[in-house]
Unconditional design. Structure first.
Length: 319
């Protein structure tokens, strides 16, 4: 919905081969995107941005989100994921996204209350906050981009990334190693398709083997749920509490039961491994506070503010 926004490791349903085949074309797209970003206004976001122009904006979004979540609690994870992805919804990693009706409903309500004031980018940030209620503050003031590039979504850190790749991708957006391990905790809610881990289960090195970083006692269970060519079955990313935003994700990672290679990669670095152990052994003593801080930090990367971009009338379309 915006031109940019940082994109975290999240469940996606395309293969590593398909991902790699798109990279060369993506580079051409990113060259154009760089020119767009260079023109972005550098004004900072702030709390209470709409107090004068649309005083009830945050309350309206909160009400709309609550109404939808009460009817479909499973939407919380997809809405959080949507904020992480924050890019053209026709991009390969975004084809399995859902919850757009919540964004559209919030936009409709806001356009009725204060036409042309609240951006879709800010609505997305607020909906993510309200879907995962621990996030108390979200600085606002984003503008919507006039350009949407589907292949921009391929800059998402992939679920098969190793720790070196992941650290480099986060660093390129000004995010720290701590941000990497904290935001990975978003995998405490939601599900992913079997196709995302098929290679990890059945052909990790091309010899019909399984990723050795997986707990061998957990592998039979995963294989019983996911056959090699299964593209429809969903797996819980945080088995037992996949609808609850808690620290259980880190317990699973420490047991070598993280669903993705990118989850297992957190044990391959001194700093990320230490954080995993801290949250797993302390019952998430700092996780909620850390997650709020990293989410706010992520939500301020590369945004358009001031007079740049536009305020879209419909979130799926440029004006």
């Amino acid at each position: 919905m915006t031109v940019v926004g940082f994109l975290i490791i999240t469940p996606i349903a395309y293969s590593e081969m398909a991902y790699q085949k798109q990279i060369s074309f993506l580079i051409l797209q990113l060259l154009f995107l760089t020119l767009v970003l260079a023109s972005a206004n550098g004004n900072s976001l702030k709390l209470g941005f709409y107090l004068k122009t649309c005083p009830k904006a945050e309350a309206i979004v909160e009400t709309v989100t609550a109404d939808h979540i009460s009817l479909a609690p499973s939407l919380a994870a997809p809405l959080l994921r949507m904020h992480f992805h924050d890019s053209e919804k026709s991009g390969p990693p975004n084809l399995s996204l859902r919850g757009f009706q919540v964004i559209d409903a919030a936009k409709t309500a806001l356009e009725k209350a204060c036409p042309g004031v609240v951006s879709c980018a800010d609505i997305l940030a607020l909906v993510a906050r309200d879907a995962i209620y621990q996030i108390k503050v979200v600085p606002l003031g984003r503008r919507d981009g006039r350009v949407s590039i589907a292949l921009e979504s391929l800059t998402l850190p992939a679920p098969f990334g190793n720790i070196t790749e992941l650290k480099a991708q986060f660093a390129s957006k000004g995010l720290s190693v701590k941000d990497l391990v904290v935001l990975s905790g978003g995998h405490t809610v939601g599900t992913s398709h079997c196709s995302t881990i098929a290679i990890r289960l059945y052909n990790f090195t091309g010899k019909g083997d399984t990723d050795p970083s997986l707990d061998p006692k957990y592998v039979p269970y995963l294989k019983s749920k996911c056959k090699p060519t299964d593209t429809t079955t969903l797996l819980e990313m945080d088995p037992g509490s996949f609808r609850t935003f808690d620290e259980a994700y880190y317990t699973n990672v420490l047991k070598r039961r993280g669903l993705f290679q990118s989850d297992a990669a957190l044990l391959a670095d001194k700093e990320t491994s230490a954080y995993v152990k801290l949250q797993a052994q302390s019952g998430g003593s700092t996780f909620f506070k850390d997650f709020e801080e990293s989410m706010v930090k992520m939500g301020q990367i590369g945004v358009l503010t001031g007079s740049a971009g536009e305020i879209r009338k419909h979130c799926a379309l440029v004006n």
